[in-house]
Design a protein around this ligand. Structure first.
Ligand code: SF4
Length: 390
């Protein structure tokens, strides 16, 4: 990838001319919401929330997705073609270099364009993040409603003086749902993210979701009706991003019964599950779905009680193994288990034991992760690296 630091003459002198030649022929939008997804099939769920909640300025905004295999120069050109006054970037662990390069190009060509950053990667310890210095504003945390407030102030000529625009987790009953913003093409060809809750009650030391351990629930009926509409429109890959789907039995049963009643052949439904707390009622319900319908991602992370205690993850290993065996032997759920090697502190013997234990349950897929601490993140929140799956 062309680096800004390696090619300053190109970026500062040639690029503005090249892009400037093309910018005269494009539709304008005051706000561009954008991100680099890890893959084309992934959809930017968070940005769709921002767009859905822009209220009276929604018509002045466009959503522009790229993936990390696209060149920042091309994406900057696509953004600038709209002549935006504000560009909002969703920042994730996988797209920091691409976002950095893109902002550099935008600020070189159009220094008055206001750059706003949000997303998990810029929500904690942001002052030390390399993107922080490039941004005009940072919104840490859930920006569903805060982005609109900030954008309205900027467009009205009353921008805040502080770079960090603080926000509290919004009341989920006040948020506009974003599901109608999935296009027909998204629905037919890409992964469609949905959620019925936010937050996680557990406090695993390595996980950003543990920071807010209150579980908040969306009003369920509207979400379920949106999911039904997505299935009717042809969605086949629905991924629930609820951090722990089985946290409350009554809620999970209601969702699964609705999905069973509205199931269409070919639809796959993905859930993140804490295995040693998987309730028998949910196992029983999962038996009623046809093969290929359900995918459970089961977080094991470690088989070592001392490590589990150290990372604030109390769990019962025998129950985990029994649950996975029961699911494998009595249901057709596609099982995917997770281990995190970082917790073993590079002890190969421990890691091998974990892998043997996890494989003995014979899930369809077993994934191991290292963890790393980003140089700008606090030591208490190391992040997953995405490249070390086995
Ligand atoms: S690892 Fe899973 S269970 Fe633990 S805090 Fe994160 S989301 Fe919750």
């Amino acid at each position: 990838m062309l680096s800004f630091n390696e090619k300053p003459v190109f970026y500062l002198k040639v690029l503005p001319v090249l892009i400037g030649l093309k910018l005269n022929h494009c539709d304008m939008a005051d706000i561009v919401l954008t991100t680099f997804n890890a893959k084309y099939v992934h959809t930017a769920f968070g940005l769709r929330y921002l767009l859905a909640n822009l209220g009276p300025i929604k018509d002045r905004a466009v959503l522009l997705e790229a993936d990390i295999h696209q060149w920042p120069i091309d994406h900057a050109e696509a953004i600038l073609a709209h002549k935006p006054r504000i560009v909002g970037f969703g920042v994730y662990i996988w797209n920091v270099p691409q976002t950095y390069e893109t902002i550099k190009i935008i600020k070189t060509i159009s220094p008055d364009t206001v750059v706003v950053l949000g997303g998990p990667e810029i929500s904690y310890a942001y002052e030390r993040h390399p993107l922080y210095a490039l941004a005009d504003y940072v919104i840490p945390g859930e920006a569903d409603l805060a982005f609109r407030e900030l954008a309205q102030r900027i467009l009205a000529g009353n921008p805040p003086h502080e770079k960090v625009f603080p926000t509290e987790p919004p009341d989920l009953t006040e948020i506009e749902l974003p599901y109608s913003l999935y296009s027909d093409s998204d629905v037919q060809h890409r992964v469609i993210y949905v959620e019925t809750t936010r937050g996680c009650p557990f406090k695993c030391q390595f996980c950003l979701s543990a920071i807010d351990h209150r579980v908040r629930y969306f009003p369920l009926d509207p979400v379920l009706q949106e999911i039904k509409r997505l299935i009717e429109r042809g969605a086949t890959k629905l991924k629930f991003v609820d951090r722990t789907f089985n946290v409350r039995l009554e809620h999970a049963v209601q969702v699964m019964e609705f999905l069973l009643a509205n199931y269409r052949p070919g639809v796959s439904l993905h859930f993140e599950i804490v295995p040693d707390r998987l309730q028998p009622e949910l196992i029983e319900l999962s038996r009623k779905f046809p093969p290929g319908a359900l995918r459970f991602e089961l977080g094991i992370q470690t088989f070592n009680p001392e490590v589990a205690s150290r990372i604030n993850r109390p769990q019962v290993n025998k129950k985990i193994i029994d649950t996975i065996r029961t699911l494998r032997e009595t249901t057709s759920v596609h099982l995917h288990t997770d281990l995190i090697f970082w917790t073993a502190r590079r002890n190969t013997r421990i890691v091998c034991h974990w892998i043997r234990s996890a494989c003995s349950t014979q899930p369809a897929r077993n994934t191991g992760w290292y963890l790393k601490t980003s140089p700008w993140s606090s030591n208490s929140h190391p992040r997953r690296t995405l490249s070390n799956a086995i």
